[in-house]
Design a protein around this ligand. Sequence first.
Ligand code: E4P
Length: 218
Amino acid sequence: MEFFIDTADIDEIRDLASTGLVDGVTTNPSLIAKSGRDILEVTKEIAETVSGPVSAEVTALDYDGMIAEGRKLAKIADNIVVKLPLTEDGLKACKTFSDEGIKTNVTLCFSAAQALLAAKAGATYVSPFVGRLDDIGQDGLELIADIVEIFENFEALETKVLVASTRNPYHIVEAAKLGAHVATIPPKVLRSMYSHHLTDKGLDTFMKDWASTGQSIL
Ligand code: E4P
């Protein structure tokens, strides 16, 4: 499973990318707003920092606007993926970009029917939002299971399932068990995946015992 980080904070991206555990980045208009940066500048910087796919989202709601914005975003760097909302115009734009060989991420997916349409439109990625479904009392991971099952039925289908709106390590582990291709993870959640109190406790004991030997490896 690939790990993308879900942020437009360049310091966080630099820090996490240095671990070698990050395969790509996703952004959205809210994350750009939170960064306080100019979208074109920060997207360029992110695309230079990470060699993998960097999703940059259009903000137009109509087809022509999405095409114009998407083309501009795609020109920033070779690893830019144009992120489009799962609307009729968004899917139409997705089909156009996919026919032109421009990579796409169809976002704000909340149903298997929507995911099927995104795949049909040639999306490189479709992003089902698990956390936001959980928030309204539905099971976000059940949607991932449905989409993975459907996509597995059609070998020719190349769209990757990008699990988005992840809120905790459980979402990531369960999505991996279900066979989702990618998870986009907020920095805080990715960091929390390192931690286990038994790791801390065990390391503490090892260090105390090691100190009692008076030895040094170097
Ligand atoms: C997806 O690409 C979105 O940027 C993101 O995962 C949304 O997450 P949220 O529901 O925590 O805002």
